[in-house]
Design a protein around this ligand. Sequence first.
Ligand SMILES: [Zn+2]
Length: 232
Amino acid sequence: MSQARVLYDLQQIDTEIRAKKQRLGEVLRLQKEPAALVAAREKAQAAGEDLRQWQARHKALTGEIAAVTDKAKRSEERLYSGTVKNPKELTDLQHEIDALGRRRAALEDDALLMMMEIDERKGVKAAADTEVERLASEFTNASAALRQEQQTLALSLNTLLEKRAKQVPLAQPALLKSYDDLARQKNGLAVAGLRNNKCLGCQLTLSASVIRAADEGRLIHCENCGRFLCAI
Ligand SMILES: [Zn+2]
């Protein structure tokens, strides 16, 4: 096998490796959670936190109502127990009971308003949770296909690398070095096919002497782009 063909075959392998590595990178990037899902999750978390704070406030208020109710009850018991005889003290007790009643009514109004706020926030949280579920399920379906593709890519890359390892020893070491240098300069394409008198690397028509040399299997460079040529 001519060195031109050896390098050309190596080029085919390397081009495929390059494309598959690039796609693998994309596939890995696409498997990251999309920004919309991350944002939806943060929103749901904030809604949950907001709801918890309102529920805690409501609980504290309920405790306060119970304390006021209890205090009023004890004062009433005292008022009707018959143990308090002093009229001034009895009047004070009655005033205190009235004040506690007003306080309780006000607190109960607050608690009612608070329950409405809580209901509204429950709705906000439920909507946010639904959106998270929707986006998460969308993402799960998409990532299943991507994971499959990732596996397929990894397997074919493995095969290609094995193929490359077998191909490399067929090339003369000095040519291999030129191949690597050229590949770096020419965006990964060091060897171009020669077909219909044209270099497929730069699409230019080549001179008769270059075409003849390539046809004879000699390793030659394209006069225009400088790549190795291989008649195909
Ligand atoms: Zn060329």
